[in-house]
Design a protein around this ligand. Sequence first.
Ligand code: HXC
Length: 294
Amino acid sequence: MAVALRALLRSAAGTALLPPPPRPLLGVRAYSAGAPFQYLSVQKTGAQQSVGLIQLNRPQALNALCDGLMEELSRVLEAMESDPQVGAIVITGSQKAFAAGADIKEMQNKTFQECYSGGFLAGWDKVSTVRKPIIAAVNGYALGGGCELAMMCDIIYAGEKAQFGQPEILLGTIPGAGGTQRLTRAVGKSLAMEMVLTGDRISAAEAKEAGLVSKVFPVEKLLDAAIACAEKIASNSKLVAAMAKESVNAAFETTLAEGLRTEKRIFYATFATDDRKEGMTAFVEKRKANFTDS
Ligand code: HXC
């Protein structure tokens, strides 16, 4: 990973060891066709620049997910979705906080009428509708909406000091962006109930044991590991990766029989792609596949 990026991430974490880079990173400009980002740092990274890296960057509020931040996140995800160079996306925060939840100060005086009529949080769905694989690299707090944001991603990698929780009950409300649904599917009823009803947090090790995260890393190694995983994903056919993601996600939406039918249809559909032909031909010819995402 570029030294400049490391410095940027450390400075946002409030534990700067190096000064921030002197000028905006190239990727920030590349994705700033609209207004520049206030709450995100964005760049393409990896040897082939095939990984879209998004860092939540609102350190003074522990990356609380205010409307502006979520609007920027939707915008950059849309840009990465249509960028043919990007094969996978990593969303991360700082070493102290992935995100400490939805912005409580923004929510404090909201009424039911405003929530209902205004479709409060409707824009959050963007994260879960992106076709490209997304990895959440979670250091520090992933609480409330922060935990829900991580769970909208396809893979969660955690730093060993990460803490996951759904503390909404302590605020007199309940999770509103998947915390009662995705968490229950990920860790089962008993632990999900315990977390949602008590507001207690679980550690990275507990999250790993419960199946919420797939791997745990030392804090400093987390981001590199997430980027390496994203690069590996991006080196495959982007088209077929999207089909694989769609098929896995079907497991959460339907019965086993219908899910298996969906899988079979998508499997058959891979035979309409150049990349399926290339992948199998490369195997037979004992060479590396040269996927063209077609
Ligand atoms: C707004 C927040 C915030 C949040 C922290 N801050 N979390 N602001 N919304 N969710 C702000 C604090 O007000 C403070 O700013 C600054 O960030 C640092 O926070 P501290 O509390 O001083 O830090 P610390 O003592 O280290 O405690 C860290 C913490 C605590 C344990 C994470 O901040 C905390 O409990 N935060 C709230 C976590 C939470 O309840 N999340 C769920 C939100 S509800 P100032 O300027 O005041 O000093 C939710 C609903 C989801 O997510 C519904 C669907 C999306």
